[in-house]
Write a protein that binds this ligand. Structure first.
Ligand code: TYM
Length: 330
């Protein structure tokens, strides 16, 4: 039997090259080999305040991005998390076997709460933000997923999903498959263009942090022109030059060329030419994707999401029934 993979993106903010190179690109490559489920995690998105009208648009936008990036609905299932109520139901049950300490130590939680982790600050954080990783565990465990293809920032959350699967199995008998993360070294952590010490992020306040998948050629040129560089002017692939290393990584991934080879091609040419060529390559790389995105209609997307929901509902219902029985519900 084919193994199952599952992954998702939050429909919050604008998707960027980090999401694509760290996650979606790998999904596209894996979908033929695995039974593949890709989710738009709207329940996760509301752990930060969302404008309802915008959220609705973003859900459709992310689904369109999946299709335009090459997720084939014949091979894979795409769906919206809130349309399968068993995600929230399983989350509640997993909630009762999770220690709050396991949640407070999450790096993503700590980043979101900010530097001032005073008691007062912690008390004012919404419970949803703290419990977020339990919902992610429910997403994964509901479908007996074997592999979870993600960027590096999600590894800690997958570790919790593994812990909860084992804990539930130990307490109530074999129920859940223990999932494995799937992370490719290349692309697993694309850094911000404005700060190579922090990952590229949908929620970073400055638009100069990221290349968004739907950016126009002019926006891409401007953002790459403004991308921070290291002191000196050499183009070398080294940890001493984290900003250039990040740009070389992006260049390498979108052109399928070794980063050291690219560095040697630009050795004596200076940052200006390097950045112009990088911007050109990103524009070329995103162009067919963007064309497909604009050709995909809302109606097509809504139909695929409906199909996805119908396909998964019976699997989710069956699993939650088994879980409830094990727990002792009548
Ligand atoms: P999200 O929406 O933050 O990110 C979606 C995917 O993109 C990856 N990613 C990156 N990869 C490389 N470099 C970056 N700078 C970068 N930024 C983001 C993320 O690792 C992720 O794979 N909690 C998840 C969504 C989720 C999920 C799940 C994932 C919910 N349930 C179940 C897998 C399985 C999230 O917020 O991803």
């Amino acid at each position: 039997m084919q193994k199952t993979i599952f992954s998702g993106v939050q429909p919050s903010g604008n998707l960027h090259l980090g999401n694509y190179l760290g996650a979606i690109r790998n999904w596209v490559a894996m979908q033929k080999k695995y039974s593949s489920i890709f989710c738009i995690v709207d329940l996760h998105a509301i752990t930060a305040p969302q404008d309802p009208k915008q959220l609705k648009e973003k859900i459709i936008e992310v689904a369109k991005i999946y299709l335009a990036a090459g997720i084939d609905p014949e091979e894979s299932t795409i769906f919206v998390q809130s349309q399968i109520p068993q995600h929230a139901e399983l989350m509640w049950i997993l909630n009762t076997i999770t220690k709050t300490g396991e949640l407070y130590k999450m790096t993503q939680f700590k980043d979101k709460v900010g530097a001032s982790k005073t008691k007062e600050n912690l008390l004012s954080v919404d419970a949803g933000l703290l419990n977020y990783p339990i919902l992610m565990a429910a997403d994964i465990l509901l479908y007996d997923v074997h592999l979870v293809p993600v960027g590096e920032d999600q590894l800690q959350h997958i570790e919790l999903a593994r812990t909860l699967a084992r804990r539930f199995n130990d307490r109530f008998g074999e129920t859940f498959t223990v999932p494995e993360p799937y992370v490719l070294k290349e692309g697993m952590r694309i850094m911000g263009l404005d700060n190579p010490a922090k990952k590229m992020s949908k929620s970073a306040p400055s638009k100069y942090n990221r290349i968004e998948l739907l950016d126009s050629p002019d926006e891409i040129r401007e953002k790459i022109r403004k991308a921070v560089t290291d002191s000196g002017s050499a183009i070398e692939y080294s940890d001493e030059q984290p900003a250039i290393k990040n740009l070389l990584n992006i260049f390498s991934l979108i052109t399928n060329t070794h980063p050291k080879k690219i560095a040697s091609n630009f050795e004596d040419q200076g940052y200006k030419k390097f950045k112009e060529d990088l911007a050109g390559s990103i524009i070329e790389f995103l162009s067919p994707f963007q064309k497909k995105y604009h050709e995909t209609s809302d109606a097509e997307v809504l139909m695929q999401l409906k199909n996805g929901k119908e396909k998964l509902l019976s699997i989710a219902e069956k699993k939650i029934k088994e879980v409830k029985k094990k727990v002792g519900f009548i």
